[in-house]
Design a binder for this molecule. Structure first.
Ligand SMILES: Cc1ncc(COP(=O)(O)O)c(C=O)c1O
Length: 430
């Protein structure tokens, strides 16, 4: 039987060809990359000239003393934890909901992730639950500015002060968001940013570490290049001696040039994402049962991802929320809306936390001599995160970010949502 919804053979709401691909690559980006090839300097012992210029530009943009470029956000966060002095057996407190690039750096430093449930309104770490998880082993608080919305930094800084902890911000999704007028990534002691292809600020792959602290910056530079102590001296004086277990975390010149060119348009991209996000929120909140992202008055978001929630009670659902979520996803996709789940379990549910033998092997880092506690990760201890996954979807995917889309597309998206919700009976029986 032919229904009204596209999933049942009805007409599709969003016309083909309206979506713009992300990242948005201009002639200026291509020229910047070609200039590197012409120069024929593709890397350097500490960094090359493009990378140096990019670091300077990001330090200026954020108002930070040190901006160090990395080949990923994960590498930048790992390095930030090392710089902060995290040692085997230390505990790092972070949110239950994030990408693996938040929790893996903790393990890479042989430290122990301690997860905290999310605030159901912001989807960020619930700051009111952090204190109960602080122990004598806690070294770092690692909040994530999820989807571009800054976490409750005042509460987090107050706890850090009280317990003498270091704050490392995971600002991987928050390039240019502000909390009480301060830019995300410049509020704690250190921060990591990602420049991967999906981000509002992209190098393809890449990352940044920010800090105002000279000693942290020095340690970070050491870890980034094989644990060496690099100085301004000429390459022929490089000793190649390792002073710690370092890595090769350097950014290459080609992505650095691409990112430096992209950075010039970051304010413009953020403005488009904000316009689109606010428009979607204004329009979709008119549909009973839909809950747009919450942005507290003291902060801004760059809508790196636009997460939309539904209220199963308001919709009087007679089926499990997850089943409805998946039907909604299929129906919206058939109408031509770009939607995804972007994660459907909290990090503590990842296999690496369910089977502690598959980390470094031999139970490390949990069963190292430096950690004498028994720890079990139980997903049910994060009910708000579980509920958020069951009742939300993201209007976004990696290729068609809202960061670049025109209003015409956003209007079609809103129309598609109305169509699906006006025909809920048809959807529920599909
Ligand atoms: C919240 C968060 N943390 C960490 C990362 C890791 O960044 P990358 O993919 O550049 O290693 C990402 C991005 O992918 C992220 O979204």
């Amino acid at each position: 039987m032919k229904g009204k919804l596209a999933i049942n053979g009805g007409p599709r709401t969003v016309p083909e060809g309206l979506k713009k691909q992300w990242p948005n690559i201009t002639q200026a980006d291509k020229d910047a990359v070609m200039a590197v090839l012409e120069r024929n300097v593709l890397t350097g012992p500490d960094h090359g000239p493009e990378t140096a210029a990019l670091q300077k530009a990001w330090a200026e943009f954020t108002g930070s003393k040190h901006a160090l470029a990395f080949n990923s956000g994960t590498a930048a966060l790992h390095t930030a934890l090392f710089a902060a002095g995290v040692q085997p057996g230390d505990e790092v407190i972070t949110t239950a909901f994030s990408f693996s690039g938040t929790c893996l750096p903790i393990l890479q430093q042989h430290a122990i992730p301690i997860f905290v449930d999310i605030d159901p309104r912001t989807y960020n770490i619930d700051a009111s639950q952090i204190e109960a998880r602080i122990t004598d082993r806690t070294k770092v608080l690692l909040p994530v500015h999820m989807h571009g919305l800054p976490a409750d930094m005042d509460d987090i800084l107050a706890l850090a002060e009280k317990y003498d902890l270091v704050v490392v911000e995971d600002a991987c999704q928050a390039h240019g968001s502000a909390y009480k007028g301060r830019m995300a990534g410049t509020i704690g002691d250190l921060a990591g940013f990602s420049l991967n292809a999906t981000k509002n600020f992209s190098a393809g792959e890449g990352g940044f570490l920010l800090t105002d602290n000279d000693a942290y910056a020095e340690r970070a530079r050491m870890l980034r290049t094989f644990g060496e102590k690099l100085t301004e001296q000429k390459e022929r004086f490089r000793s190649y001696a390792c002073y710690t277990i370092g890595w090769n975390y350097r950014l290459q010149e080609l992505p650095a040039a691409f990112a430096r060119s992209q950075l010039k348009r970051l304010p413009q991209y953020n403005a488009i994402a904000q316009r689109n996000g606010e428009f979607l929120s204004q329009e979709l909140s008119k549909i009973a049962g839909l809950i747009p992202p919450y942005v507290p008055a003291d902060r801004t978001t760059i809508y790196h991802k636009y997460r939309l929630r539904f209220d199963p009670d308001a919709l009087e659902l007679k089926m499990p929320a997850v089943e409805f979520r998946d039907k909604l996803l299929d129906a919206l996709e058939a109408e031509g809306v770009t939607v995804s789940l972007w994660h459907y379990t909290p990090m503590p549910a990842f296999p690496i936390f369910q089977n502690l033998d598959i980390g470094y092997g031999n139970g490390y880092p949990w069963r190292s001599p430096f950690y004498d506690k028994e720890i079990t990760y139980r997903p049910e201890e994060y009910p708000q995160a579980l509920r958020m996954f069951a009742t939300s979807l993201v209007v976004h995917n990696e290729q068609y970010s809202i960061t670049i889309q025109d209003m015409a597309l956003m209007e079609c998206y809103v129309e598609a949502f109305h169509k699906v919700f006006d025909n809920l009976d048809e959807l529920l029986t599909t």
